[in-house]
Design a protein around this ligand. Structure first.
Ligand code: NDP
Length: 303
């Protein structure tokens, strides 16, 4: 019995059920740096032409440590790109009315091209009311129903930053993804759902899976493109992936060791996939770069 198990284990490793090859790693950090540099140059050109410096207002409610890190990174990225950042840090007990009043003020402030409210918000504040109060033409996060609706009808204005970043990474592979079957795992408003419309715009055939989907491994197995946006470390297994598929890992999970990891079992999956994004250094840097791009676009729209 033991002998039999050992033999079958050996057979498995010598003849794995998928071909062993090594995926090309999509270097999101490098792609994002290029994009940020082109934004910096475009801002500099604006200033040289006597145009206004773009401005991004960031509202951080309370003192969530993870949010503080995200906001600090966004502020630094703005500085490097030459975009002015206006930081507002109301206390966690700010009333919803006062927060909405602050957003109205920023909607009317001509120096401000983009308004970003860092999520999540304290429980007493209704996230939807906040998002819907941001003027759609300053909604550089692309979360307002107007901007989501525009994306859905194939006439995008501000596209949500993370799915937009994923699309840009797909473009850098140079692979013709027309007609590709794509499986997106996760149906949040900020990643999964808009991702489907990004891929539809690229002439893919997207399918959104979630925690109630049947037989996720089988769904993933038929996908030419897999986008994982779940929030569970190493959840997507290598043997679920179609050999040669493009695997984009949106997940950012912090392990107890402090290490950041994605939703895909990267080490094993990179032996099956054709292309794969690492975590960190994949989608994450693209999100901030696309935020800067949207802010620049807003400034141009408002010249
Ligand atoms: P949410 O928690 O809002 O959504 C998670 C989704 O995963 C849900 O739709 C949920 O399904 C689905 N899900 C959970 N468990 C399973 C399961 N067992 N099988 C299939 N689907 C499952 O997360 P977000 O979309 O906000 O973020 C997802 C991940 O991406 C997180 O790790 C987050 O940190 C990261 N992220 C990274 C960004 C970046 O810049 N790289 C930006 C934004 C997020 P259901 O709806 O049924 O509950």
């Amino acid at each position: 019995m033991f002998m039999h198990m050992r033999e079958s284990a050996l057979t498995y490793f010598e003849n794995p059920p998928y071909p062993i090859m090594s995926a090309q790693i999509i270097d999101g950090k490098a792609v994002a740096e290029n994009l940020r540099e082109s934004i910096r140059q475009a801002v500099e050109e604006r200033i040289n032409n006597g145009l206004r410096r773009p401005g991004l207002a960031v509202i951080l409610v309370g003192d969530n440590p993870a949010s503080q890190v995200y906001v600090r990174n966004k502020k630094l990225a703005c500085e490097k790109a030459g975009i002015t950042s206006f930081e507002h840090t109301p206390p966690a007990d700010i009333s919803e009315a006062d927060l909405l009043a602050l957003i109205h003020e920023l909607n009317n402030d001509d120096r401000v091209d983009g308004i970003l409210v860092q999520l999540p918000l304290p429980a007493h504040i209704d996230e939807e009311s906040v998002i819907e109060t941001i003027s759609p033409d300053k909604d550089v996060d692309g979360f307002h129903p107007y901007n989501i609706g525009r994306l859905m009808i194939g006439k995008p204005t501000f596209r949500p930053c993370t799915p937009q970043g994923v699309t840009r990474l797909l473009e850098t592979t140079g692979v013709d993804i027309t007609g590709n079957d794509a499986v997106i795992v996760g149906r949040s408003n900020i990643v999964g759902r808009p991702m489907a419309f990004e891929l539809l715009a690229k002439d893919c055939t997207p399918k959104i899976c979630h925690s109630r989907s049947k037989d996720l491994p089988a769904q993933i197995k038929q996908a030419d493109i897999v986008v994982a946006a779940i929030g569970k470390p190493g959840f997507i297994q290598a043997h679920w992936i179609k050999p040669g598929a493009i695997v984009i890992d949106v997940g950012i999970n912090r392990l107890e060791s402090g290490k950041l990891t994605g939703d895909v079992d990267f080490e094993a999956a990179k032996e099956v996939a054709g292309y794969i994004t690492p975590v960190p250094g994949g989608v994450g840097p693209m999100t901030i770069a696309c935020l800067l791009e949207n802010t620049l676009e807003s400034a141009r729209n408002r010249d």
